[in-house]
Write a protein that binds this ligand. Structure first.
Ligand SMILES: [Zn+2]
Length: 157
């Protein structure tokens, strides 16, 4: 079950990559149905907040007609950042399932463990490492290509 929806998130990450965006994709599932999809659009939109999760959360709220996404599960290819873990709390999403860890920005298990802080009125369940290799490889390949492109540019000049 987890892998099925993560595969959908990976498809969206690839869509991001086609637009020369860092490949991160996200789907939101309710009653075993995808109700929203999103992928990273930070460069295209020149918006710091245009992360895959935010794009998907906005669509899900519209679809449900409520800011409460209580019975929803969010699948994302990369561990959510400080903003997105916050948005997940604000949306009361039930479950967060992610692929790769993000040692430089992840706020579920890497930089901080936001959901281990006491005092919030809502906590989502979390599961990491679903199709982790595949999710991480997408990012590695993307940055490798970027570096090679840059190198070529330099040698050309
Ligand atoms: Zn984020």
């Amino acid at each position: 079950m987890n892998e099925k929806y993560m595969r959908e998130a990976i498809k969206l990450a690839k869509k991001a990559e086609e637009k020369d965006e860092v490949p991160i994709g996200c789907v939101i599932v309710k009653n075993d149905k995808i109700i929203a999809r999103g992928y990273n659009l930070r460069e295209s939109k020149q918006q710091s907040i245009a992360h895959a999760e935010i794009m998907a959360i906005q669509k899900a709220c519209k679809k449900v007609g409520s800011w409460r996404l209580e019975d929803c599960e969010l699948y994302v290819t990369l561990e959510p950042c400080s903003m997105c873990t916050g948005a997940i709390l604000q949306s009361r999403i039930n479950k967060v399932i992610y692929g790769a860890k993000d040692p430089k920005g992840g706020c579920i298990e890497s930089c901080i463990k936001l959901y281990e802080y006491k005092g919030f009125n809502h906590y989502p369940e979390t599961t990491g490492g679903i199709l982790e290799e595949e999710c991480a490889q997408l990012l590695k390949d993307f940055f490798k290509k970027k570096r090679e492109k840059k190198k070529k540019q330099i040698t050309k000049d």
